[in-house]
Design a protein around this ligand. Structure first.
Ligand code: GAL
Length: 849
């Protein structure tokens, strides 16, 4: 009692202040300028790495690379459907070991931004929701609906509790400095009106009520209520301002590339443009940027969203799907991060003053009271250089670029001047013995009719499968009289099938008649094909295949999949026969799936055929099995599935994902200019080729010998050509100008020759265990082109090749100073020169005899 009596002597606001202060000192808060950690405003560079898209043994290496690349934060979604595959039964093991992932980030010394969602979009199956959630009575996703809100709160609570009990929030001394609730709800909220607004307010209150002690973010949600921070996602976010002046300017998804869909091309985003976008955001006063993705990884199993999202989620990210550094993207961003960090004192303490130089160039200057000054000189013109006078100095700004001056004088970085090398990566044959295949035929609609569900009419696919399998058989029969005209030499009848998606294979009396697919934009399929019917009873079996459930779109949980009809037979004596409303039987999944043929335990439950495949036709619906020893070395591995059609593959029972050799159209893959506004169709590759040919096989899934590889092929392929490949550096290129931004700028006249030790150098570096075996191209002068297709320009030193060879052959790495002395004279005085080199990297290991 006595203790309590002393309290009223402190006024209430002061009491709260005293209570809050220590927490703010060691916790996380924010103000208009930045997120504040332990009392300090921070410019934070973050990158998305999704834990189930790599294996636990890769995590530490990926996070360490992120740290070396200048990141402060790792951002990840939380994957509800991976964690709660059936109601109340949880999985936090293996790739879903969220606590281990966060502790790994902590061990490496970075922070975490935990995007709980639980709606996560992310090109992930069903946007992260478990499919069972759709069948909760009375549910409606992502709106003001009690069953949904209860489920969402339950899962959010579960995750928050788990983090709290492991002391993982920064308020507890852990690495989690930020969380996220929902994901890009803005467009839905606008469309739903009152219900949407009520839901946003509820979600914010629910999240804040969890008492994590760290701020919450809602991305792409302009109405995010206080204290939620609303954040921007996009290719550029410099036009964004938070909804309240006291919130920091945050970019939760700076898209480093783009995702891929089967049948599409592969998208790249030039690093010059990505760096430009980031610098633009920072110069406007942005203080948090997250690369989506920093490592994209792999959609193992059936986790890809959809439909039609590929198994590879490489995303053209700075760390590639396999965990290898992608140059020049990684290195150039690393240099950018260094430059931004040099500006941090000025950025967090001052607002920018903007000066324009004509219509295309601007200076943003952050000049603090304590005397720090940082400047960003921008040229938005995509076509030409801009020469500006700033603080009495001349600066030359390449097109579509920003120069960063951490002291308001010296340029340490320009977004369009890539100093780091380009690494060319290639798939090489892995040292492994050839695969000896055995086969097992999956019969067409093989289950005994009595064990099948039968009904009148056509059923929606996911209602039947509950996504337990990609496959659903729709089986019916058609009786044909021997008097039918087409049996007397007339034209074959035509079958038309309307399906809501995603892929369809039509079998008539056990034979594949044809296939059809939707697209991501329009999932619907109209199949039309001649069919071979005989007198008497004919069995029509439609194999409807889901290729990832939708992950985005208004109430996508209500979108249909599968054969909903009509199914009509044309060209029979009665004209046409509508099969839609006759009796249909349903088989969920394949017989081989039911027997677990893909698993170590189940694989022996059938007799596999040993005969050589070369004598065999390429059969649809075939299981293949082979045992193999782990390929030597430690380069990342992949399976080359280019000879196969469509299906799934497993290693020691673990699914490496769906494969599909669907071809990308012949479009515009002729390179692209970094300058100008980027959109995902801009820089494509892979035109006229299968979208994905290589499928990542994590090394940690292998044992030294006797590994089980199982492939299920839907269409028919040539399994003899399946092989293991390994990914490594095949060559490196550098393209460095004799005038480097580190030495003020590129003004030869006004500054004279730099000191020898300040002269720029060409750095080449092969992977560890490799050395430079040849110089494929070298030119000191005015070379043209890019890595892989350099050409000599009007000015070229004849000594270029020998100079590079002398310094580099046989070395893992080398550096050559760009000076006329080094190249035996000046090939063209008074012209600004560059050195372009392409070198071949070879493995030091002796080839196998
Ligand atoms: C965003 C979304 C992400 C991801 C991205 C595209 O709109 O928030 O989850 O889907 O688009 O890769």
């Amino acid at each position: 009692m006595g203790d309590q009596n002393s309290l009223p002597s402190i006024s209430l606001p002061l009491f709260f202040l005293l209570f809050l202060l220590p927490a703010a000192q060691c916790g996380v808060t924010y103000d208009s300028k930045a997120v504040i950690i332990n009392g300090q405003r921070r410019i934070l560079i973050s990158g998305s790495i999704h834990y189930p898209r790599s294996t636990p043994d890769m995590w530490e290496g990926l996070i360490q690379k992120a740290k070396d690349g200048g990141l402060d934060v790792i951002q990840t979604y939380v994957f509800w459907n991976g964690h709660e595959p059936s109601p109340g039964s949880y999985n936090f093991e293996g790739r879903y070991d969220l606590v281990r992932f966060i502790k790994t980030v902590q061990k490496v010394g970075l922070y975490v931004h935990l995007r709980i969602g639980p709606y996560i979009c992310g090109e992930w199956n069903f946007g992260g929701f478990p499919v069972w959630l759709k069948y909760v009575s009375g549910i409606s996703f992502r709106t003001d609906n009690e069953p949904f809100k209860n489920a969402m709160q339950g899962f959010t609570q579960k995750i928050v509790q788990m983090m709290k009990s492991e002391s993982l929030f920064a308020s507890q001394g852990g690495p989690i400095i930020l969380s996220q609730i929902e994901n890009e709800y803005g467009p839905e909220s606008n469309a739903l009106g009152a219900a949407g607004h009520a839901y946003v307010n509820w979600a914010a209150k629910m999240a804040v009520g969890m008492g994590t002690g760290v701020p919450w973010v809602m991305c792409k949600e302009d109405d995010a209520p206080d204290p939620m921070i609303n954040a921007c996602n996009g290719f550029y976010c410099d036009a964004f301002t938070p909804n309240k002046p006291y919130k920091p300017t945050m970019w939760t998804e700076a898209w480093s590339g783009w995702f891929t869909e089967f049948g599409g091309t592969v998208h790249q985003r030039p690093v010059e443009d990505l760096a430009f976008a980031v610098a633009r955001f920072i110069q406007k006063g942005g203080s948090f940027i997250n690369y989506y993705m920093y490592h994209g990884g792999t959609n193992f199993g059936r986790t890809a969203g959809g439909p039609f999202i590929t198994t590879s989620y490489d995303y053209d990210a700075p760390i590639d799907e396999y965990g290898l550094i992608r140059e020049p993207k990684y290195g150039h961003l690393k240099e950018l991060h260094k430059a931004i960090k040099l500006c941090e004192p000025a950025l967090v303490s001052a607002d920018p003053t903007v000066t324009s130089f004509g219509s295309y160039a601007q200076a943003h200057v952050f000049s603090s009271e304590s005397g720090s000054c940082a400047a960003f000189l921008a040229n938005y013109n995509p076509n030409s250089f801009s020469r500006v006078m700033f603080n009495n100095m001349h600066y030359s700004l390449p097109p579509w670029s920003i120069s960063i001056l951490p002291d308001c004088r010296n340029v340490v970085f320009n977004t369009a001047k890539v100093g780091v090398q380009t690494s060319q990566m290639q798939m090489f044959p892995a040292d492994s013995t050839s695969l000896m295949w055995e086969t097992y035929d999956e019969e067409v609609a093989s289950f005994d009719d009595n064990s099948l569900i039968s009904t009148t009419g056509l059923l929606e696919q996911i209602n039947v499968t509950r996504d337990a399998s990609d496959y659903l058989w729709y089986i019916t029969s058609v009786d044909v009289s021997s008097a039918e005209g087409f049996l007397q030499g007339g034209q074959l009848p035509v079958l038309t099938v309307q399906s809501a998606g995603h892929a369809l294979h039509v079998f008539v009396n056990g034979q594949l008649s044809g296939s059809a697919y939707g697209t991501r934009e329009d999932r619907r399929i109209t199949y039309t094909g001649n069919i071979n019917l005989r007198a008497g009873s004919n069995r029509i079996a439609l194999l409807s295949v889901a290729v990832g459930l939708p992950n985005v779109g208004m109430h996508y949980e209500l979108w249909n999949t599968g054969v909903l009809g009509p199914v009509v037979l044309h060209g029979v004596d009665e004209g046409k026969r509508d099969l839609t409303w006759q009796k249909w039987s349903y088989q969920v999944g394949l017989k081989g799936e039911a027997m677990n043929l893909n698993s170590l335990d189940g694989t022996s439950s059938v007799e596999w055929m040993k005969q050589s495949l070369t004598s065999q036709k390429q059969q649809p619906l075939t299981w293949y099995r082979a045992y193999f020893d782990a390929p030597a070395g430690d380069d990342p591995l992949a399976l080359d599935m280019g000879s196969m059609g469509k299906g799934q593959a497993w290693i020691n029972g673990q699914s490496i994902g769906r494969y599909w050799s669907l071809w990308a159209p012949n479009g515009d893959c002729n390179g692209c200019n970094y300058a100008g506004t980027y959109r995902s169709p801009k820089c494509q590759s892979g035109c006229g080729q299968p979208t994905q040919r290589w499928y990542h096989v994590p090394r940690s899934w292998l044992q030294p010998t006797q590994n089980l590889l199982v492939v299920f092929e839907e269409l028919g392929g040539d399994a003899t050509k399946i092989s293991f490949v390994k990914k490594s550096v095949s060559g490196v290129c550098a393209d460095v100008s004799e005038w480097h931004p580190m030495i003020k700028n590129w003004h030869i006249e006004s500054y004279g020759q730099p000191e020898e030790h300040h002269k720029p150098k060409v750095h080449l570096r092969c992977a560890p265990g490799q050395s430079i075996s040849a110089i494929k191209f070298a030119s000191f002068g005015t070379p043209l082109g890019t890595c892989g297709n350099f050409e000599q320009g009007a000015c070229h030193s004849p000594n270029s090749h020998s100079t590079l060879e002398k310094k580099c052959i046989g070395q893992q790495r080398c550096a050559v100073t760009i000076s006329t002395d080094n190249f035996g004279g000046d090939p063209c005085p008074n012209v600004m020169k560059r050195v372009a080199v392409e070198a071949i990297c070879s493995s030091n290991a002796q080839p196998l005899s």
